[in-house]
Design a protein around this ligand. Sequence first.
Ligand code: ADP
Ligand code: MG
Length: 475
Amino acid sequence: RGQRAKCLAILDEFRNLCATPVSRLRQIVDAMVVEMHAGLATEGGSRLKMLPSFVDVLPTGDEKGLYYALDLGGTNFRVLRVQLGGKEGRVIKQEYEEVSIPHKLMAASGQELFEFIAKELAHFVNREGDGFRPHGNQKRELGFTFSFPVNQTSINSGTLVQWTKGFTCDGVPGKNVVQFLEEAMEKVGLKMRVTALVNDTVGTLAGGRYWNEDVMVAIILGTGTNACYVERADTINKWNGLLPKSGTMVINTEWGNFWSSHLPKTYADEGLDADSVNPGEQGFEKLVSGMYMGDIVRRVLLKMAQEAEIFGKPIPPKLMQPYTLSTPHMSKMHGDETRDLRNVAKVLKDAFNITNTSLTVRKIVYMICDVVCERGGRLAGAGIVGILKKIGRDGTGTGSGSWGQGKNISCKPRRTVVAMDGGLYEHYAKFREYLQAAATELLGEEVSKNVVIELSKDGSGIGAALLAASHSPSP
Ligand code: ADP
Ligand code: MG
């Protein structure tokens, strides 16, 4: 009883620390806009890297031919081929395969990682069947989606800034990742040209835009989180190159590294950060994304176990082990609609080997999931509204480029589509609902009718293939 009160006190305290009232969200929206400006103004001007992607044209639908894509970004990588038939034919045929990355490769050398990838890609190319045809006798062309922060040096080259999401492969940071891939492809005898190197957000934007011209922003909410959007090239002060003919440039914000003193941070987040492979980095990602939310829940439970014996004595050993509770575990508990919360019980057994919990204890576990999910979802929603505000699509009309409003003689508000990809958003319904609720609160009912968040599943893979096509050097 005393212990139960202690647990509830810990829960209450944690809930208060995580609170995201709309007033706080507005401060976060504004901080996001300020940091976006700072990141565009000067190199290193903000924690938001605001990386120019060199993508100045997006797919139109006219693309034709056979293109490949490779998507490396987290727990899996995907290979894909697509036969494009222009405006009429669109996507004539498409095939893809998904390969999980052996855990030890995440800490292997760069050569080992890329050779594994090139081998899998070569297998896939060897199984190219009927209906796929490269034009003439040209080399096959590949769009490479590489979902880590990259300093892009051209449309098909760029250096890795740093690994994220648990990767630590030696020798890659600071180097051109396309060269690693090309050398590995040569070693396995695969003849292919890399024509586009893109981030998964940029791929998702391109994939979304192929079908819908109102797509201006793309968000990833999966293992990690990131965002990109279409910016006016003349507002990128740090850009030294020629202004692109299109007048626009896709900016990869790398918002996973966003930070603001207004973000709610707790002891659980501090512990998680300190124990991570990249302390002090990716602060926003550690509050919001699938790699981390489950572990935040675990850390609060551990505190309850230590200070209030929520699971009795001794403390279950697995509860002390980082990442034993995944975000899919968390969402399974949080989606539990049974009266006795038997899914919560099942996950506690699976993840921690904890049995015989009381309903009260299971309710507390459920509530912790709710607090962490609500905070993550609402912060992601605020981030999206920050980007919309920056491009003048949030209904306040104060953005740097009030996009297309000049052309809009009728003054009807423009529709803005946010292309979304990632397993977290796709599979965690309550996260999705909290995100949408925060966005609607911030934008207001009226404006939010014109802002549509659209799931663009695996858009990043096909998007990279489309960008390979639209940036192909071949005639
Ligand atoms: P990646 O981000 O690695 O490219 P995905 O977009 O497929 O891959 O996202 C996978 C991530 O999504 C997982 O690491 C996990 O964090 C999250 N996820 C997957 N399924 C669920 C689920 N049912 N509930 C909550 N999160 C999930
Ligand atoms: Mg992905």
